[in-house]
Design a binder for this molecule. Structure first.
Ligand SMILES: *[C@@H]1O[C@H](CO)[C@@H](O)[C@H](O)[C@H]1NC(C)=O
Ligand SMILES: *[C@@H]1O[C@H](CO)[C@@H](O)[C@H](O)[C@H]1NC(C)=O
Ligand SMILES: *[C@@H]1O[C@H](CO)[C@@H](O)[C@H](O)[C@H]1NC(C)=O
Ligand SMILES: *[C@@H]1O[C@H](CO)[C@@H](O)[C@H](O)[C@H]1NC(C)=O
Ligand SMILES: *[C@@H]1O[C@H](CO)[C@@H](O)[C@H](O)[C@H]1NC(C)=O
Length: 121
């Protein structure tokens, strides 16, 4: 099992992330219910890569508002076949408008999957 450290703010910009992936790597992220800052969570997903496949993604936390989105890196180089990743929820702003995105390591506009919306308290 892998672990992540604090979040790193990537950008505070208008981001329109297309949901169609160019690669075809299937990742279905589980949508969290409510996360508490500073607590440990397990994020899980379903994927179609086997244990011998070296597919990886970066896991982003995205805070949406009416004018844009702020993205935080939760983890880089996550092995897709793990199907679980645990970390401590970083000290991000409280909001009910977060999603998770599994993205291409080098092209964050290439979104493999986006979770449903959830809250961080
Ligand atoms: C909305 O998100 C944008 C982009 O991150 C940010 O610049 C802006 O301050 C945010 N607005 C509010 C009201 O939080
Ligand atoms: C990630 O994006 C790069 C640049 O667009 C592309 O060359 C590469 O094939 C992509 N990787 C995967 C696994 O889709
Ligand atoms: C995360 O998974 C580990 C290993 O299964 C378990 O011990 C732990 O209680 C889980 N944590 C949460 C917050 O579900
Ligand atoms: C991911 O979700 C899609 C759409 O519901 C489904 O067709 C696909 O079989 C799922 N893939 C896995 C690996 O669970
Ligand atoms: C939530 O995000 C959507 C865009 O994804 C935005 O249209 C909406 O205004 C946001 N809601 C709040 C309360 O920030």
């Amino acid at each position: 099992m892998a672990s992540g450290h604090g979040a790193f703010v990537l950008a505070a910009a208008m981001l329109a992330a297309p949901l169609a992936s160019a690669s075809g790597m299937t990742i279905n992220l589980t949508t969290p219910t409510v996360w508490q800052r500073g607590t440990n969570v397990n994020e899980t997903w379903a994927s179609d890569v086997g244990p011998y496949n070296s597919g990886m993604f970066d896991l982003l936390l995205v805070n949406h508002n009416s004018t844009g989105a702020t993205r935080y890196t939760l983890a880089t180089n996550v092995l897709t076949y793990y199907e679980i990743f645990w970390f401590i929820v970083p000290n991000v702003p409280v909001s009910s408008n977060y999603t998770l995105q599994a993205v291409n390591l080098t092209n964050y506009a290439d979104v493999y999957d986006q979770s449903g919306t959830f809250s961080i308290d």
